[in-house]
Design a protein around this ligand. Structure first.
Ligand code: NAP
Ligand code: MG
Length: 500
């Protein structure tokens, strides 16, 4: 490969790969949405009932793949937030903190079982509202959400064993705010440990993807959870801010951008509220010359392009050892030629719709920035639908550490590639961002993996795989990627106070 910064023309994808692609055109295989029942309007889920917003304001949620309105959604104002927090407080004091941990566990198990029973419906709604491929929502988001509830149900009556000798106690009311990239899964990450530890909840989903959280509210009602234990309020940033600033909240759990995370951190400073922040990322995927190259290429593709790059831990920076760079880039391009961009409900789709017009505009802006910074852009020849918000998978070659496309979170299917020669060099480059959420290492050598996992400043380091999640593993960041851990035993801690 040409040295960094030089302008050698990059290779065209392999002609054989293109032939192969045209040989195997898949017929459309859309998942049916006929079984999904969506109301035309959703209210706020407060104290186990559907309540109209006091100011009577609503907003629309759209399907980003065709721009059609899916439903009208209640906009919770300050007074509605107050109603929800009051309901959560009353439920905490009158029921949830009084029932035995074993009883709590039964409710949480029931939620897990009901998610499994309604998995197909949840997967379709997740793809309709958020634009992610049905393969992702069906095989990842929904099963993982159910697993989170199963996992934390198991801990509910074992907290004394989880923290031996420390006498754990619940905190009270947790205010939880989540983003649009994993709407149901993030709701599960937040609600399951909060309930298991004996807290009650007010959750605010993101404005563009409220539907699965509202469906979860229906399911929670079906599970017979006592009124007010989980409240779900929809709205925009101001609704989230009202929740953060409510004086009767004991803990804030936030997943979203670093920008909003900083605002929240300032808002809770000095209030005594506990806080966890899961923020942005700019993960490095590192391929060494001794790596299984085909597996690594597939891992890189999965890490940045599947799910449209709408993943906080997306492997958006690729570092390839110089001796294998040409080969890796050729294979990446070949594989990109075979990616299918389009209808999120089609089971063949690899890359669905970008979540909103604003996000698509932000990504397009970064594509311009990358070109203006002198990087070489590569996109496959694939067609993208005319209607809806779509973006081709994109590579940037000849990038350098100072490029904005290398430093800033784009949150789209955009990969910036650099080369390296030595282990020390790649560690320094990989750590050179304000973020530190995740990283990936591809090598045949166990010793190299151990060396890098200790030196990379990232909360999660995957080795010879990428984007793998499990409820038993803690997840969280370093530096501007936030603090606190979700998942696993660690995920219980932020919802507890300890006597000893
Ligand atoms: P965002 O703009 O920060 O929004 C996140 C949530 O906060 C949304 O519900 C949002 O409401 C709400 N919000 C906005 N302004 C607020 C304020 N001033 N006070 C309280 N809440 C406020 O992030 P996003 O664009 O939805 O999500 C993408 C970001 O999330 C990326 O940076 C990504 O890396 C990060 N993320 C991190 C993790 C992790 O585990 N570390 C996981 C997933 C995503 P509205 O939607 O109505 O604006
Ligand atoms: Mg939507």
């Amino acid at each position: 490969m040409a040295k960094q910064g030089s302008k050698k023309k990059t290779e065209k994808p392999d002609a054989a790969a293109l032939d192969f692609r045209s040989m195997f055109q898949y017929a459309p295989a859309p998942e049916s949405s006929a079984h999904v029942q969506l109301a035309s309007q959703y209210e706020l889920f407060i104290n186990g009932k559907w309540e109209k917003p006091l100011k009577g304001e609503y907003f629309e949620t759209r399907n980003p793949a065709n721009e059609q309105v899916l439903a009208r959604i209640a906009m919770a104002g300050k007074e509605d937030v107050d109603r929800a927090v009051t309901a959560a407080r009353n439920a905490y004091e009158q029921t949830w903190s009084k029932i035995s941990a074993k009883e709590r566990a039964k409710y949480i198990y029931r939620i897990a079982r009901l998610i499994q029973e309604r998995a197909r419906e949840f997967a379709v709604i997740e793809s309709l509202d958020g634009g992610k491929p049905i393969r992702e929502s069906r095989d990842m988001d929904v099963p993982l959400a159910a697993n989170h509830f199963f996992y934390y149900a198991g801990w509910a009556d074992k907290l004394d064993y989880a923290f031996p000798g420390k006498k754990p106690h619940s905190l009270g009311v947790a205010g939880q705010i989540i983003p649009w990239n994993f709407p149901l899964l993030m709701a599960a990450w937040k609600i399951a440990p909060a309930l298991a530890t004996g807290n009650t909840v007010v959750l605010k989903p993101a404005e563009t993807t409220p539907l699965t959280a509202l469906k979860l509210a229906e399911l929670i009602k079906d599970a017979g959870l006592p009124d007010g234990v989980v409240n779900i309020i929809t709205g925009a940033g101001a609704t989230g801010a009202a929740l953060v600033n409510h004086p009767d909240i004991n803990k804030i759990a936030f997943t979203g951008s670093t920008e909003v995370g900083k605002i929240i951190q300032k808002a809770v400073a000095g209030t005594g509220k506990k806080i966890t922040l899961e923020l942005g990322g700019k993960a490095a995927n590192i391929i060494f010359e001794d790596a299984p190259i085909d597996q690594a290429v597939e891992g890189v593709i999965n890490g940045i392009f599947f799910n449209q790059g709408h993943v906080c831990c997306a492997g958006s920076r690729l570092f390839v050892q110089e001796s294998v760079a040409d080969k890796v880039i050729r294979k990446l391009k070949d594989r990109m030629e075979s990616l299918i961009v389009g209808d999120p409900l089609d089971k063949n789709t690899d890359i669905g719709a970008i979540n909103s017009k604003e996000q698509l505009n932000k990504i397009k802006q970064y594509l311009k920035i990358g070109v203006n910074e002198g990087a070489e852009m590569y996109q496959p020849a694939c067609a993208i639908p005319a209607k809806g918000f779509f973006c081709k998978p994109t590579l940037f070659l000849h990038t350098s550490q100072s490029h904005r496309i290398v430093q800033e979170e784009i949150f789209g299917p955009v990969l910036a590639i650099q080369t390296f020669r030595t282990v020390e060099e790649v560690i320094e480059k990989a750590n050179n961002t304000p973020y530190g959420l995740s990283a990936g290492v591809w090598t045949d050598k166990g010793s190299k993996i151990f060396n890098l996992t200790t030196k990379l400043k990232a909360g999660v380091v995957w080795a010879n795989t990428y984007n793998k999640f499990d409820p038993t593993s803690p997840f969280g960041g370093y530096k501007e990627s936030g603090y606190g851990r979700e998942g696993g035993l660690h995920g219980l801690q932020p919802y507890l106070k300890f006597e000893a």
